[in-house]
Design a protein around this ligand. Structure first.
Ligand SMILES: Nc1nc2c(ncn2[C@@H]2O[C@H](COP(=O)(O)OP(=O)(O)OP(=O)(O)O)[C@@H](O)[C@H]2O)c(=O)[nH]1
Length: 243
């Protein structure tokens, strides 16, 4: 028979964490959870109607962690982890992540301490390479500039069983910890999203500053190489037009 001391010791070792998944419809949240919890892929689409759709146990060092995964479903209780999912073939689902974060903050209320929550971003459906429209650099930059962990996932060929190994407090975002500055991240985003022709005056003024900021020798922010090339190309084409 188990003694009380033994029971207390087991309780101390066993932790329960609550995780929610957020993201647009059909990005693959249920499939990721099913795969993680049941180590199998369920290729059927069923619109999520319940709230509790995944329970699993993981061992992290000497601790057993019971992971309960819920969908959003409007239940304002405290979460230790949030899995933000988007479909790499849908820019809309990527752009929607800010809205999901905002909705979550609103739901948690003013006492919410977001710093104690571990955020995981799953760029899902990476197996469908031909329809991919959000590349790794862009997704990683969005996640890492907020101190979130980033994973490329596919319910077909990978799992996110590493997620709980990163448990504990969410790393605070500092320029030292992510390796790039906020200014560098904002500039990479601005340039990569720019569809307009460059204004010559802006380029002439900004080229030197941008080149210093984004040069691959100086900037390790994901996507910075593309951003640097875009700056160089813009300058080159402007110079051609002037000649
Ligand atoms: N190719 C591919 N298809 C996937 C992947 N993950 C999910 N799917 C498909 O995407 C569709 C939606 O998946 P779900 O897991 O139901 O999506 P959901 O985000 O839970 O959707 P809601 O319940 O509406 O919120 C299904 O038809 C899945 O078979 C993936 O990694 N690759």
């Amino acid at each position: 028979m188990e003694t009380n001391v033994q029971k207390r010791r087991d309780n101390r070792k066993s932790l329960r964490v609550k995780v929610i998944s957020l993201g647009d419809a059909e990005v693959g949240k249920s499939c990721i959870i099913k795969r993680y919890c049941e180590k199998r892929f369920v290729p059927k689409y069923l619109a999520t109607i319940g709230i509790d759709y995944g329970v699993t146990k993981v061992q992290v060092r000497d601790r057993e962690i019971k992971v309960n995964i819920f969908d959003m479903a409007g239940h304002p209780f405290f979460y230790e982890g949030v899995v933000l999912v988007y479909d790499v073939g849908s820019r809309e689902s990527f752009s929607a992540l800010d809205g999901w974060l905002g909705e979550m903050k609103q739901e948690m209320g003013s006492q919410a301490n977001m710093d104690t929550i571990v955020f995981i971003v799953c760029a899902n459906k990476v197996d469908l390479t031909k329809r991919r429209v959000v590349d790794e650099g862009e997704g990683r930059l969005w996640a890492e500039s907020r101190g979130f962990h980033y994973f490329e996932t596919s319910a077909f060929f990978s799992s996110i069983t590493d997620v709980c190994d990163n448990g504990g407090r969410r790393p605070t975002v500092s320029e030292e910890s992510v390796g790039f500055t906020k200014e560098q991240a904002d500039t990479v985003r601005r340039i990569r999203n720019s569809k307009d022709c460059w204004d010559m005056e802006e380029v002439n003024k900004a080229y030197r500053k941008l080149a210093v900021l984004l040069h691959p020798d100086k900037c390790v922010a994901p996507g910075s190489e593309d951003a640097f090339k875009a700056v160089v190309n813009a300058r080159t084409s402007l110079l051609k037009n002037i000649k």
